[in-house]
Design a protein around this ligand. Structure first.
Ligand SMILES: Cc1cc2nc3c(=O)[nH]c(=O)nc-3n(C[C@H](O)[C@H](O)[C@H](O)COP(=O)(O)OP(=O)(O)OC[C@H]3O[C@@H](n4cnc5c(N)ncnc54)[C@H](O)[C@@H]3O)c2cc1C
Length: 406
């Protein structure tokens, strides 16, 4: 139906777009999501699928991000037990590891404290007699192994579950619907957005009080189609590739260091669609600067070699590669940051508005799958002044996810 009106028009059906739809609908607003492909067809199906605080961000002093992500992890474990599960993580320390036993112990202690020091944040050092049971992890030069806990999900299923939750609260989504352009329109006393989008070869229009740009790697492309022209944040796109390997891991997730550049690489139990849980291994990720069209991102041979080299360094098997995929991180460029410092780059989400006091347009740059709900609630708080009064119907902190099959 053309010319329908909504309170919030959200561009992008990734985890952030559906998270905002859920938070908006819970607050009583009429939200509509436009997604150019299918739900989670962008980065939100190509992540490492971890619901975690991000242990390594402690090294860069990003304590508030880690605390927030651990809080969100706890909520997801409670509200989405079928989709988000706690897993044992293992950190092996070898003679040539750059982080000492004491540093890892200190990091895990801080991680546990930031996570509330409850049962889910316990960690331990594995006794030597347990090393042989670690899925074939090489023990030559091994000095210590730490075990802690974080969580794993299916990112695309989580995105679909959040959208299903938003829909039960009244939000709507149009897939295969590409946002084309938006401009300001006088609507009686009020100004609003007039939006044009294409769905199934046909152009449609609608109006909205505010717009949220959650287009992931396409954010600045979307902003370029909005009039009057909105300011942008400079970003770099950084590609991360994963390989799906033959084989299985019975104990949990391994947190390794690439022997080449010391970057973290995860080895994770996984499965291909339709296969039993844990029947394959997910190996990732890389950090490769990307300047092309986001729709065309694909794994590179050099990335595959880098990941397999890391795997073979720690495990004696040479599994077959069954599948590969790549996603794009959106990293806002800060002053004085070199392109090579991706790991140290602030991972906090940037929420950029056209006007701080009463924003009509808000753009989400970067962010974590784990913190989607907290991000969505911040978006709603920032848009509050620009939206009409509505009666809240739910609280996203208590909404359950995954009760249906997705
Ligand atoms: C390699 C990698 C590993 C990661 N691992 C983790 C992890 O383990 N844990 C974690 O917490 N986070 C992780 N992240 C971060 C997390 O995956 C992302 O922050 C999150 O998925 C981004 O979601 P999004 O909704 O912003 O973007 P996206 O998922 O990319 O969604 C944007 C959507 O907008 C749509 N769109 C674009 N333009 C238009 C248009 N014109 N009209 C309509 N729709 C449009 C796209 O089709 C897309 O579906 C990882 C990221 C990467 C790249």
């Amino acid at each position: 139906m053309d010319n329908e009106h909504c309170d919030l028009l959200i561009i992008g059906g990734g985890i952030h777009g559906v998270g905002v739809a859920q938070a908006a609908a819970a607050a009583g607003y009429r939200a509509l999501v436009l997604e150019q492909g299918e739900l989670a067809s962008g980065t939100s199906s190509r992540s490492s699928k971890l619901i975690h605080g991000g242990l390594r961000y402690l090294e860069y002093g990003q304590f508030s991000l880690v605390r927030e992500c651990l809080r969100e992890r706890a909520l997801l474990l409670k509200n989405a037990p079928r989709l988000v599960r706690l897993r044992p993580f293992f950190i092996p320390i070898y003679a040539d590891s750059t982080r000492s036993r004491w540093l890892v112990w200190a990091g895990l202690t801080l991680y546990s404290l930031l996570g509330g020091a409850g049962r889910d944040t316990r960690f331990r050092r594995l006794p030597r007699r347990e090393w042989a049971a670690l899925d074939g992890l090489k023990t030559a030069g091994l000095r210590a192994v730490f075990q802690y806990q974080d969580a794993q999900t299916d990112d695309a299923a989580l995105t679909r579950a959040v959208m299903a939750s938003a829909q039960t609260l009244g939000a709507r989504i149009k897939t295969q619907a590409t946002f084309v352009a938006a401009s300001r329109l006088e609507n009686g006393q009020e100004e609003c957005w007039r939006i044009r989008y294409r769905q199934h070869e046909q152009e449609h229009t609608c109006t909205a009080t505010v717009m949220v740009n959650a287009a992931g790697p396409w954010v600045n492309e979307v902003l370029a189609r909005i009039a009057p022209a909105a300011s942008t944040v400079d970003v770099e796109l950084v590609q991360g590739t994963h390989l799906v390997l033959d084989g299985r891991l019975d104990r949990g997730i391994y947190y390794l260091q690439s022997p080449r550049d010391r970057r973290p690489v995860f080895v994770i139990p996984w499965q291909l669609t339709g296969e039993p849980e844990g029947s394959a291994i997910l190996l990732g990720t890389t950090e490769t600067r990307y300047t092309g069209n986001p729709a065309e991102v694909h794994p590179l041979p050099a990335e595959q070699e880098y990941l397999l080299e890391t795997y073979r360094h720690y495990f004696s098997s040479s599994p077959r590669v069954r599948d590969t995929f790549a996603g794009l991180r959106v990293l806002p460029v800060g002053k004085g940051q070199a392109a090579s410092q991706y790991a140290a780059r602030q991972r906090e989400t940037v929420l950029h508005t056209d006007c701080p006091d009463s924003p009509r347009l808000l753009t989400i740059y970067g962010g974590k799958l784990t913190a989607y709900r907290a991000t969505a609630e911040k978006v709603m708080a920032m848009m509050q002044n620009s939206l009409p009064d509505r009666v809240r119907i739910a609280d996203t902190r208590t909404l359950t996810l995954g009760a249906l099959r997705y």
